[in-house]
Design a protein around this ligand. Structure first.
Ligand SMILES: Cc1cc2nc3c(=O)[nH]c(=O)nc-3n(C[C@H](O)[C@H](O)[C@H](O)COP(=O)(O)OP(=O)(O)OC[C@H]3O[C@@H](n4cnc5c(N)ncnc54)[C@H](O)[C@@H]3O)c2cc1C
Length: 459
């Protein structure tokens, strides 16, 4: 017999009270569950998120033991890659949308796990139930791999939901898999002479080199199209990931076409007049903590507004302990991908609370290690991530900087265990022959890396 709405409200009330008593996170957002939880299917391992981290955990688990019962819950009906998507905006030779979009049928057939297309809107850790738009799902072990979310609401408390939606449509961030990349490409393709503005948010955000790679690729596109204008980067802070390498490339390939402005706080955006209002703080030196603030208005042809990032909402739904900053990464249980709060919940990818870079490559590494931890546990054995550390080039992140000829720069990170967190130490190499950071060889390696990681995820 299915539950009535009245029963449902009673159930929700009881769950909430129980959650409050036990400290467990109940369905924290979205609609109340509408299905009979007692009839919900139960799976050994349920993974939320079919991105770089989630698909890796699923594949590795099935590789280790084909009998594991593994289900991925993913809200999108197809996969869209953020890595390499800037090269698409730069219109590098031979790239099209098909390079970045993959169907979810292939990895299921190839690897034997199941993907259910649905959106997760609540997690009841007490009952070990995930609430989704297709009804509840029970889990023995849950892996959270939801990637990031945007935090427009916290950054601009006075903006209405309508305004946020409008900004997302007209000045897309394109930092999350989905249609925003397509919107940004259309805006660029249709632009007239004028400036493209890209923002770099304060705090932790996905793939720190991404906005700067995007600036390079948009400059390449504008140069090719003979568009008169600049790419202006409004950075809320000062840092540029792979800074020396990007600056060298911008100067030598684009002259003064790429302009990086530091300490710029976005105040407002007006899509009607195509204007961004911001306040820039100029500091005299390191001791000057106040600085001098000036307000500016800049006109744009295309605006790639990247707001503050946060961990995907799924993390808050679970109620596990997170870092105190605005991003809210999951606190981990020592040198592990098990959460500190709940031994039955693991996390991989950008939401992991270790000091390693938030990248696709890192998400794959965390996914593989997490799968080993879970597989050993299900086989009644123990596994220590510490046993594979230090790990050389746990992360390799390429950034395309030039077209005709294609040239790229790279950063590698070695991973080690500090006793508190897994830490990544970065290195941006120079080409030994030319003495430059960028090279054609790294551009070729970028193509090869991308094809390899897609093969890894989808076949
Ligand atoms: C422009 C750009 C360029 C980049 N370039 C590189 C690069 O060159 N190299 C590199 O290594 N990394 C790069 N990255 C970073 C990389 O994309 C991310 O670090 C990586 O995707 C993180 O993997 P993830 O599994 O944590 O998240 P994702 O890959 O984003 O996967 C999360 C999945 O969870 C799903 N999801 C979220 N919430 C829910 C919900 N409530 N219900 C159901 N499903 C949900 C999402 O739809 C998504 O499919 C780049 C990023 C950007 C934006």
């Amino acid at each position: 017999m299915s539950m009535t709405r009245r029963d449902m409200l009673k159930f929700t009330g009881v769950s909430a009270a129980a959650a409050a008593m036990t400290g467990c996170g109940a369905a924290a957002s979205g609609a109340a569950p509408h299905h009979d939880v007692s009839k919900a299917p139960k799976h050994q391992v349920v993974i939320i998120g079919g991105g770089f981290g989630g698909l890796t955990v699923a594949k590795q688990l099935k590789k280790i033991d084909a009998n594991f019962d593994v289900v991925v819950l993913e809200k999108n009906d197809r996969f869209m890659s953020c890595p390499f998507s800037n090269a698409y905006l730069g219109k590098l030779n031979g790239l099209n949308l098909g390079t970045f979009v993959h169907d979810y049928a292939q990895p299921q057939e190839a690897n034997g796990y199941k993907i259910v297309q649905c959106e997760v809107n609540g997690i009841d850790r007490g009952a070990k139930v995930i609430h989704t738009t297709k009804g509840p799902v029970k889990y023995e072990i849950l892996v959270m791999a939801p990637g990031i979310g945007y935090n427009y609401a916290k950054q601009f408390p006075s903006w209405s939901t309508e305004k946020i939606d409008h900004i997302q449509r007209t000045a897309p961030a394109a930092m999350i898999p989905g249609g925003e990349h397509v919107v940004l490409e259309r805006l660029l393709r249709n632009m007239e002479d004028g400036n493209v503005i890209i923002t770099v948010p304060a705090g932790k955000y996905r793939c720190p080199p991404a906005p700067f790679e995007r600036a390079s690729m948009i400059a390449a596109f504008m140069k090719k199209e003979e568009l008169d204008g600049k790419v202006i980067i409004l950075n809320e802070g000062e840092a540029i990931a792979k800074g020396a390498a990007f600056k060298e490339s911008w100067k030598e390939l684009y002259g003064d076409m790429v302009e990086h402005r530091t300490n710029c706080k976005i105040l407002d955006i007006d899509p009607a007049t195509k204007e961004v209002h911001y306040e820039q703080t100029v500091f005299k030196n390191k001791e000057d903590l106040e600085g001098v603030k000036t307000k500016h208005v800049e006109k744009y042809q295309v605006f790639n507004f990247i707001p503050h990032n946060k961990a995907g909402d799924v993390v808050a739904m679970s109620g596990v302990e997170v870092t105190a900053d605005g991003f809210g990464k999951v606190l981990m249980n020592g040198c592990s991908f098990q959460t500190k709060t709940d031994k039955d919940i693991y996390a991989v990818g950008d939401v992991v609370g270790h000091a390693i870079p938030p990248s696709g490559q890192t998400a794959v590494w965390t996914g593989k290690e997490c799968a080993k931890e879970i597989a050993h546990r299900l086989h009644g054995k123990s596994y220590s991530v510490e046993s594979v550390l230090p790990f050389k080039t746990g992360n390799v992140c390429y950034s395309m900087v030039g077209d005709k000829p294609e040239e790229a720069i790279m950063v590698t990170h070695d991973f080690s265990w500090t006793g508190q967190v897994i830490k990544g130490a970065g290195n941006v190499p120079k080409d030994e022959k030319t003495g430059k950071f960028r090279s054609k060889g790294i551009a070729k390696a970028t193509h090869d890396w991308y094809q390899g990681i897609m093969r890894d995820l989808f076949s």
